[in-house]
Design a binder for this molecule. Structure first.
Ligand code: G
Ligand code: G
Ligand code: MN
Ligand code: NA
Length: 254
């Protein structure tokens, strides 16, 4: 209760900040893009992890207000990087299930692109499998309308949802993000190795890009490389950092 009202005020007071975590090309080591991850910096008192406050915002519907801010801020940041002469670097934004199911989601994304001037190709939306569960015409149409804005669509936490694989043939998806829980078992658990290998092979077969999430050590990276994984994200290659530090990383690669 107390936390909920603090969060309510925090949204108005703009106490949130975006951190950016690199997605790295396995072959070249170059930064392919950044995932925007929200952090709470309260004016007073202790901050709380997004793992705690995102579900609470989702329950209360406040996620719509925060999510809209995240979308706008991430687009503005991608434009700032371009203006600074850095390579075109796409930014990924997490859309919560409630945001994705909201009637106006397409309009909100269109607005964020228009307000910032960011070309749609430089925005990627991460949608969890759970949100894609409703495999109805409405979901399909919504994804189609988002694609029509030029944005990239990624399935987040791939492999942990309840959805059948049928949506992969029906929906205009560009990328799969293999959930960290599978990556954790790489090299330790033969079944995890097989599952990851299968997801990568399936992605290749379906012309989807595949990103492994939560890569923490070099042996995981080597295994992923040998399995033909395109890209990785995780503490090994870079933690989520404030925009200024992400920019330093980009500038170093120019
Ligand atoms: O960054 P971290 O691992 O602490 O994030 C915890 C959880 O919060 C993850 O599931 C992540 O996807 C989610 N999260 C972080 N930022 C956002 C955001 O801007 N929007 C939504 N919907 N979820 C986010
Ligand atoms: O749900 P989603 O995949 O969007 O959440 C990404 C979350 O995973 C972020 O909160 C981010 O901080 C966290 N994360 C990213 N890389 C690593 C990693 O290598 N190890 C751990 N433990 N967490 C990670
Ligand atoms: Mn994500
Ligand atoms: Na994920």
């Amino acid at each position: 209760q107390a936390l909920e009202s603090r969060l309510h005020r925090a949204i108005t007071a703009e106490e949130f900040e975006l951190y950016y975590q690199p997605q790295v090309d396995v072959a070249s080591g170059r930064t392919l893009g950044f995932e925007a991850l929200v952090r709470w910096r309260p004016e007073s008192g202790e901050g709380v992890s997004p793992a705690v406050f995102i579900p609470l915002l989702e329950e209360t519907g406040l996620i719509l207000a925060l999510g809209d801010w995240v979308l706008h801020e991430a687009c503005r940041q991608a434009v700032r990087w371009r203006a600074a002469g850095l390579d075109k670097v796409p930014v990924s934004v997490n859309l919560s299930p409630r945001q994705f199911q909201h009637l106006d989601v397409v309009e909100l994304v269109r607005q964020a692109l228009a307000d910032s001037g960011l070309p749609g190709e430089l925005l990627e939306l991460e949608i969890t499998e759970g949100a894609l569960m409703a495999q109805n015409l409405e979901t399909q149409e919504r994804l189609g309308e988002l694609k029509a804005l030029g944005v990239q669509l990624a399935v987040d936490d791939f492999g942990t949802g309840y959805s059948s694989l049928a949506y992969l043939s029906r929906f205009p998806i560009d990328k799969l993000k293999i959930d960290k829980s599978f990556i954790d078992g790489l090299g330790q658990d033969a079944r995890a190795d097989k599952i990851v290998a299968t997801i990568i092979a399936m992605g290749q077969g379906l012309d989807l890009r595949v990103v492994a999430e939560g890569v923490e050590n070099a042996s995981q990276l080597e295994l992923l490389r040998s399995l033909g994984c395109d890209a990785v994200q995780g503490y090994l290659c870079g933690r989520p950092v404030p925009a200024a530090l992400a920019q330093v990383r980009l500038a170093r690669e120019q």
